[in-house]
Design a protein around this ligand. Structure first.
Ligand code: NAD
Length: 491
């Protein structure tokens, strides 16, 4: 498969660590190689941070926090810089999208139209919060002879450590960094090894917007070295992690030892509940998108398609039609509707899950094969089966749907909640009362009704159970990056 990537207007940023407003190699001199998943060609060698570099970056970020000016700047002034950052991100859309396409195979067009505007909007949204970080007041009863007044203030936490995954690196970095900065914190971020370049570019854009040196530091590196060192670092006030449950568990136990704040945005195995009265003409594109968008490499993917038994054949046929008409190809080609899987390991994992599905007796309706021999392309895949299959229990992180029939609403709820995850659920129905009564019964952080999509920056996002702890985005996300202090004022 050929790539038109070389002809496109993107520039690879200096592939080093961005610390204190400038690039530098890792202390050890180590690098790792970033690979283009569409061509299997090397993109660039990237400096690989380890504990020594993390120590330096945390010290710099702490100094920037203690000395200011960022942490002491007025909210409106911080907001102006964040708004300028949003404008620079928008102006750099094709460059950022090109970096994501070449490193992790996301469709260039989807990044230009979706990820980059979402990242810009995130900075704009939290810029608006920078001068609205307020506490509460209380008219307290007198304490003996003393009249009192009570109030709270919200202060920045200090240095926030962020660890991001490869699947939506720019958006997820924005979700973590924009609220942290709006609240006056400083940040050390370790991006995923498969997709660090757009985050390095983000650091350049924030610096160009006027963010002082040392406030936002980006340290690419391997998870077990740079990620683990950041997660364990005593100089960090909070760890904000998005990634797998496996690593989330380790980070949670480290945070437990140090009483550090932690937000975990982990995986999902989300149900899409299609009730008997669903308008399938309206719903089918959403149901399919919930499985195949970004090759299924989405935490919120709705890969357990729970269908009322009366609509099973229609839903299976509808999903198969979308799968078979998908154009899986070069992420830069406008004709492609799906790009590549991020790397060889992930491709092999998807193909192994397909084999497991077959071996456990699921019915393969369509797909299941690698496409071509160069690049990590895979067919969108549809199985019909039941909720006890491995493919219905584990997060595959690939375009593999398992359609599961249910008999009545109680069974639908039981199946939906029969999972170790709890990120989100989708409900398709024209019956408002039935839908409304389902929502509180679903053990998830977010419910989409008659649709599926990207979380909106103004609404809280996060999961329950194996999908994580805490919330990002919206007011909840902002407040999670602050400490609330209570003051009793004797009068
Ligand atoms: P991953 O857990 O393998 O890696 C995530 C990050 O953690 C990377 O930067 C990695 O280098 C780092 N890391 C790896 N080992 C580490 C360690 N021992 N200590 C500290 N850091 C370490 O996940 P991934 O494969 O990059 O991403 C896919 C996962 O992310 C999926 O499970 C997906 O559902 C989840 N995800 C969740 C959300 C959400 O909002 N809930 C969003 C996107 C992705």
């Amino acid at each position: 498969m050929t790539s038109t990537a070389q002809a496109l207007p993107y520039t690879i940023p200096t592939p080093e660590l961005f610390i204190d407003g400038d690039y530098r190699p890792a202390v050890s001199g180590a690098t790792y190689t970033s690979v283009n998943p569409a061509t299997e060609e090397n993109v660039v060698d990237v400096s690989a941070a380890d504990k020594a570099d993390i120590d330096i970056a945390v010290r710099i970020a702490r100094l920037a926090f203690e000395q200011g000016p960022w942490s002491r700047m007025s909210g409106p002034d911080r907001g102006k810089i964040l708004i300028r950052a949003a404008e620079l991100i928008e102006a750099d859309a094709e460059n950022l999208a090109g970096l994501e396409a070449i490193e992790m195979g996301k469709l260039f067009g989807h990044s230009v139209a979706g990820d980059v505007p979402c990242a810009a909007d995130t900075f704009r949204h939290f810029a608006g919060w920078a001068d609205k970080i307020t506490g509460t007041t209380a008219l307290l009863p007198d304490f003996g002879p003393q009249p009192r007044f009570g109030f709270t203030i919200r202060q920045p936490l200090g240095v926030i450590g962020c660890i991001t995954p490869w699947n939506n690196p720019l958006v997820i970095a924005a979700w973590k960094v924009a609220p942290a900065l709006a609240a006056g914190n400083t940040v050390v971020l370790k991006p995923a090894e498969d997709a660090a370049l757009s985050t390095l570019r983000l650091a350049e854009l924030l610096a160009a917007a006027g963010l002082p040196a040392g406030v936002f530091n980006v340290l690419p590196g391997l998870g077990e070295a740079a990620g683990a060192a950041l997660a364990a670092h005593p100089g960090i006030d909070k760890i904000s992690f998005t990634g797998s449950a496996r690593v989330g568990r380790q980070i949670q136990s480290l945070a437990g030892d140090t009483f550090r704040k932690v937000t975990l945005e982990l995986g999902g195995k989300s149900p899409q509940l299609i009730l008997a009265d669903a308008d399938l003409e309206q719903a089918m594109p959403w149901i399919a998108m919930g499985n195949f968008y970004h090759q299924g490499q989405v935490c919120a993917a709705g890969t357990r398609v729970l269908v009322h038994e009366s609509r099973l054949d229609e839903v299976v046929a509808g999903l198969a039609e979308v799968a078979q008409s998908s154009v899986v190809g070069d992420p830069f080609d406008e004709a492609s509707t799906m790009g590549t899987i991020v790397n060889r390991k992930q491709l092999d994992q998807i193909l192994r899950y397909v084999e497991t599905g077959r071996a456990e007796g699921a019915t393969l309706v369509t797909g299941g094969n690698r496409i071509g021999e160069r690049g990590y392309f895979v067919e969108p895949t549809v199985f019909v089966g039941h909720n006890d299959l491995t493919i219905a229990r584990e997060e595959i992180f690939g375009p593999v749907a398992t359609v599961i029939p249910f008999h009545d609403l109680d069974e639908a709820v039981r199946l939906a909640n029969d999972t170790k995850y709890g990120l989100n659920a989708m409900v398709y129905s024209q019956n408002l009362s039935a839908t409304h009564s389902l929502i509180p019964r679903l053990r998830v952080g977010t419910v989409w009704v008659n649709g599926w999509g990207v979380p909106d920056v103004s609404m809280p996002w996060g999961g329950r159970g194996g999908s994580g702890i805490g919330r990002e985005l919206g007011r909840s996300g902002l407040e999670a990056d602050t400490e609330e202090k209570t003051v009793y004022l004797g009068l």
